[in-house]
Ligand binder design. Structure first.
Ligand SMILES: Nc1ncnc2c1ncn2[C@@H]1O[C@H](COP(=O)(O)OP(=O)(O)OP(=O)(O)O)[C@@H](O)[C@H]1O
Ligand SMILES: [Mg+2]
Length: 617
């Protein structure tokens, strides 16, 4: 339960709804816990005694049975005269008892009306609060996902995360609603019913034994605790498996081509079906524990009530005396049962909350500086000051020490896995350096506002991601406030305009998820158009390794020739043409920079570079 406390403060914006819900819950609880037993104890006697035997005193009515009172009434009716009857008020009594009867029977529906209305108000309002809080939690998770470090997404499968955002929040929401429905009503009902019990048994002190029956209630706490613990464990397993299932599904959906080309149907089915089977097993465990509690507690309460009936029978208590008490007794067991089920649902919801908090509490490894300084690029000089970095244990970059002057175009060359992409990623601050420092225009990038840093860098990645939107919106990502003219201009500069206007709907063509309706070369030119639009002083370009047709390649080269001048550019170069247009070449080998200089010089001095370059030629 305590896991939920931190979220209570989220109720602040809905405090009036919440207060209203609690108020309605209290009315409901009083109406059912205290009201119903009270009505049966006060009203039923009126209906069944008062009307017929009002001429007997209360004391007489308590001792005499119906038969006795009937017999005495008959006998007396034969001896007294009509005048005497009037004097005694027998006939008048018949008249008033009609109205008392009407009033008495009306109390029952009236108290149910109060109970029903307050139950509705309570449920509606508390649901409102629960759903609002959930909506907020969902948005919090989403916002958190926007700032988590890249490493988080490398550690966690996207499908698994989707499951946490969608399935676990839904589970949590169902739990909250279920719990909220009864959270106020049941404890109040319980207190009300106990109050009624005490009231009734104090009024007739020989009934006080009934309070002893309440001693069975603590016994019910044992199964509640046991089942709750089991529930938490099983719900955790269930939700984890459900996350795995979504993970498998989303991975599969992202690779329909591979599934067909490599004949993966059986392999994928096996993975999915097995997960479905495991999920079924965990689900049934949850179903088992969810439904075990209620019969258990009902049994315990039946024992309590049986004990009450036993004692009542031994003491010769009358039916109309015992019925309200049994009613009150039942009304005090019922909330215990409901609270037990609440505990169960809370355990289940806790499992989902834990999975949600996994995201909410994940550390932001690349934090915003405490005192972010405004940042404006002057020349765009990038200094690696004895930088080292590793993803896990083995170092990926070892003591890299160099400065890229403002406006310089640098080509990074080296074997696969040498650390080129890592070097570029550090400039964008996707990761923080672990040794040394990285400065732009003399400012440590850990000290500047992240947004300002991101704003000053344009990134063209190896495999650009397009959103399932129109071409124009996909280019606009480069700068969200760009006008249509600016976007078209950027597309022209990136040699993308021609192919765009040839598309079915021109700039309004939807590119499909991840841009699947465009060719590789077209996607890269869209990415370049974004970079033109962004016009940031620093450009990072991770060139695609996949070979492009000569025409695309030429166009991209022409675009780069226009884009690069005046910018500090780090180009991970796989193509000759790009390498040649760079003023400076950095040769990477196993996390170190083994050569640094203009192409002609490095070609002479670095055998590794000569080798790589010649192989391409
Ligand atoms: N997210 C990561 N987690 C762990 N290790 C990583 C991660 N990314 C890269 N590495 C490792 O770091 C090393 C350098 O990788 P990097 O991507 O920088 O190489 P690269 O020079 O860009 O290679 P390529 O030319 O193939 O793109 C490699 O050994 C790689 O396995
Ligand atoms: Mg790379």
């Amino acid at each position: 339960m305590k896991e939920f406390w931190p979220y209570l403060k989220m109720l602040r914006p809905v405090k009036w709804h919440f207060t209203g819900a609690i108020f309605a819950g209290i009315i409901y609880g009083l109406a059912s816990g205290f009201g119903l037993p009270f009505v049966t104890s006060e009203v039923f006697p009126i209906i069944f005694n008062q009307a017929e035997y009002a001429h007997f005193s209360k004391e007489a009515r308590d001792v005499l049975t119906h038969e006795q009172m009937q017999q005495m009434t008959d006998e007396m009716g034969e001896v007294i005269t009509t005048e005497q009857r009037k004097e005694l008020g027998w006939d008048k009594d018949q008249g008033t008892s009609f109205w008392i009867l009407i009033l008495a029977v009306a109390i029952l529906p009236a108290s149910f009306a109060v109970r029903g209305l307050s139950a509705f108000a309570n449920t509606y309002l508390i649901n409102y609060c629960g759903v609002r809080v959930l909506e907020k939690i969902r948005c919090m998770i989403f916002s958190k996902l926007q700032v988590l470090p890249l490493s988080f997404f490398q550690k966690n499968q996207s499908g698994e995360l989707v499951s946490r955002v969608v399935v676990d929040t839904t589970q949590l929401q169902n739990g909250i609603i279920f719990v909220a429905n009864d959270l106020v009503k049941q404890p109040v009902t319980f207190v009300g019913a106990i109050g009624a019990l005490i009231y009734l048994s104090l009024r007739e002190s020989d009934l006080a034994f009934i309070l002893l029956c309440l001693l069975t209630i603590p016994v019910a706490v044992l199964p509640i605790r046991y089942v709750g613990r089991k529930m938490l464990k099983k719900a955790r397993l269930m939700q984890d498996e459900s996350g795995d299932l979504t993970g498998i599904l989303s991975e599969n959906l992202s690779a329909p081509r591979e599934v067909r080309a490599f004949n993966l149907k059986e392999r994928e089915e096996k993975r999915f079906f097995n997960s479905v089977r495991r999920l079924f097993a965990h689900q049934m465990k949850v179903v088992k524990y969810a439904n075990m509690l209620s019969p258990l507690i009902e049994f315990i309460s039946a024992v309590g009530i049986a004990i009450a009936i036993y004692f009542a029978a031994r003491r010769g208590v009358t039916l109309e005396q015992i019925v309200p008490l049994i009613f009150a007794l039942y009304m005090s067991y019922e909330p215990v049962k409901k609270l037990g089920m609440i505990h169960n649902r809370v355990s289940q919801a806790t499992a989902s909350l834990e999975r949600i908090e996994y995201i909410l509490d994940a550390p932001i490894e690349v934090p915003e500086p405490e005192d972010p300084k405004p940042f404006h690029i002057d020349v765009g000089a990038i200094q690696f000051d004895h930088v080292s970095f590793s993803y896990d244990k083995s170092p990926t970059l070892k003591n890299v020490d160099l400065t890229i002057e403002g406006g310089q175009v640098v080509a990074l060359v080296g074997p696969s896995g040498a650390g080129k992409s890592t070097f570029a990623n550090l400039v964008s601050r996707f990761y923080d350096v672990q040794g040394g420092a990285l400065r732009i225009d003399g400012r440590d990038i850990r000290e500047v506002e992240k947004k300002a840093l991101y704003d000053s860098i344009a990134l063209v990645s190896q495999d650009p991601v397009l959103f399932n939107d129109t071409v124009i919106e996909n280019i606009r990502i480069g700068r969200l406030d760009a006008t249509r003219e600016e976007i078209e201009e950027a597309a022209r500069n990136a040699f993308a305009h021609e192919f765009i206007v040839d598309l079915d709907n021109g700039y309004e063509t939807i590119v499909g998820e991840k841009g699947t309706r465009l060719s590789g070369g077209q996607k890269q030119r869209i990415a370049l158009a974004r970079a033109f639009l962004r016009n940031a002083p620093i450009l990072i370009l991770d060139e695609a390794t996949s070979a492009l047709d000569t025409e695309s390649e030429q166009k991209i080269q022409q675009a780069l020739d226009k884009l690069l001048p005046g910018k500090t550019a780090i180009v991970i170069a796989h193509r000759f043409s790009t390498i040649r247009s760079a003023e400076r070449v950095l040769v990477f080998d196993d996390g170190r920079i083994i050569a640094d200089g203009p192409h002609s010089e490095v070609y002479q001095t670095c055998p590794l570079y000569k080798d790589l370059y010649d192989k391409q030629a």
